[in-house]
Write a protein that binds this ligand. Structure first.
Ligand SMILES: *Cc1c(COP(=O)(O)O)cnc(C)c1O
Length: 232
């Protein structure tokens, strides 16, 4: 006897198939852009998903996981310490040190106070400078005009290694043109910190456009995990 699928839309394909299908699409998009898929890291965003799903993905060879809430990220990282944890959500200054203690990569560094709160001696944490590509200042990310200054601040901070730049494409814009703007900003940041060559961009709905514009780190959730359980 088989279990009925819980969701009303019907049965979703198995995790392994979804993962393989996304890996194929990443490879195809990389080849179309004249890039090697080997230079692209896929971070599977497992926010709101149970630990069991993370375990299944790890068994399928996934090593990089993304979370956007401190408590959930901390608990998952404590349960599965051998994986690489990427913090991708807006980060409060008072939680910065704690996130640093379990996350290997923080994608959402977007203001000077947060740089100062994250700075600490010891094993460096890898960070992305997040920029806001929308006109809405309440969204996460530094204003594009502040990106170079923030890059300098990160460079000067103890125990932070700037990998590059990160953004979420605005809903109201063609993703490819937003990611083209991000690529220009990445060049400006690289002129300040030459080693900051990475670009974290591309989610379930737009990762192919991000690959075409040079993304090195994709943050993909639902296209791999299936729909998210409702928020607690
Ligand atoms: C949730 C989230 C993602 C993944 O979104 P999907 O549409 O599920 O792929 C990527 N980046 C950030 C910052 C997120 O919060």
């Amino acid at each position: 006897m088989t279990e009925e699928p819980a969701r009303s839309e019907g049965r979703e394909p198995p995790l392994e198939e979804r993962l393989a299908a996304i890996r194929d699409r990443i490879e195809t998009a990389a080849q179309a852009a004249g890039r090697s898929p080997a230079e692209i890291t896929t971070v599977v965003v497992t926010k709101f998903q149970p630990l069991g799903l993370v375990r299944e993905l790890a068994a399928l060879g996934v090593r990089d996981f993304g979370e956007n809430r401190h408590q959930e990220a901390r608990d998952k990282a404590a349960a599965l310490p051998g994986l690489r944890w990427h913090f991708v959500g807006q980060l409060q200054t008072k939680k910065a040190r704690q996130v640093r203690s379990y996350a290997q990569v923080i994608h959402s560094v977007d203001r000077e106070q947060l740089v100062d709160a994250l700075a600490a001696p010891g094993v460096p944490v890898e960070v992305f400078l997040q920029v806001n590509l929308t006109d809405d200042p309440t969204r996460g990310g530094a204003a594009p005009a502040d990106a170079s200054r923030l890059a300098e601040r990160i460079l000067a901070a103890e125990g932070l290694r700037l990998l590059g730049i990160m953004a979420v494409a605005p809903l109201e814009e063609e993703p490819r043109s937003a990611f083209a703007r991000l690529r220009k900003l990445a060049e400006a940041v690289r002129s300040v910190v030459p080693s900051a060559t990475a670009i974290s961009a591309g989610m379930s709905g737009d990762f192919e456009a991000a690959i075409a514009e040079g993304a090195t780190h994709l943050r993909i959730g639902t296209a791999i995990t299936g729909s998210r359980p409702p928020r607690a």
